[in-house]
Design a protein around this ligand. Structure first.
Ligand code: GRF
Length: 207
């Protein structure tokens, strides 16, 4: 590893978190650099920002089964990440469960962002689930990725209030603003090697 760690972002869609990470890490004082975008979908909006900002992008076909990835695609992503000397993978709206070679190789070095306060409202549409359930507070969670769905050790959570007139859409918007702050913060802590995982708990070294 050089002084700055190299990040790959995996996305399937719009890519606003990819953009937030790329912008934050483009500051030369930030101890990490976003060098690669991998998408499973050639129509992903994230590709537009990658090309505008000169970040390398790769498209990997992950197979027809929604939400899952083929062993070959996992191997191919692992190879691509090795080629770019990636130290940390950030999932940002990547709509498949990561498993196989990629997860094995990047265990402890792969993060995800989820639009709810885990362990509540795992899986799809965390914001809609929160509205349906009637919670007064929701938010986002950045966590390590493990074999489960949204079950890995939690690094950072940020909260937003849920008001009477909130809908899944308005709540998503509020949460997204917090996501764009939380993800770079978590990545910075990782890059500064300040995160220590003990069991389910992540301890943050303060300096
Ligand atoms: C975000 O809400 C993220 O928490 C979830 O998927 C959404 C991706 O949005 N995992 P974007 O593509 O980063 O704009």
């Amino acid at each position: 590893m050089g002084t700055d760690i190299k990040i790959a972002v995996l996305a399937s869609g719009r890519g606003s978190n990819f953009r937030a990470l790329a912008e934050a890490t483009s500051d030369e004082r930030f101890p990490a650099e976003t060098v690669l975008l991998i998408v499973d979908n050639p129509d992903a909006g994230a590709l537009v920002y990658a090309s505008e900002s000169g970040i390398a992008a790769e498209i990997v076909d992950c197979g027809k089964r929604k939400g899952s990835m083929t062993p070959e695609s996992s191997e191919s992503m692992a190879e691509i990440c090795a080629r770019y000397e990636i130290d940390l993978i950030c999932l940002a709206g990547f709509m498949r469960i990561v498993k196989g070679e990629l997860l094995d190789r990047y265990s402890g070095r792969m993060l995800n962002i989820h639009p709810a306060l885990l362990p509540s409202f795992k899986g799809l549409d965390g914001q809609g689930q929160a509205i349906e359930y009637g919670v007064r507070v929701s938010g986002c969670t950045v966590h390590f990725v493990d074999k489960g769905i949204d079950t890995g050790a939690i690094i950072i959570q940020k909260t937003v209030p849920v008001e009477n007139d909130d809908t899944a859409e308005s709540l998503s918007k509020k949460i997204l603003g917090e996501e764009h702050r939380a993800y770079p913060e978590a990545v910075r802590l990782f890059a500064e090697r300040r995160l220590k995982i003990r069991g389910r708990r992540v301890f943050i070294d303060d300096e």
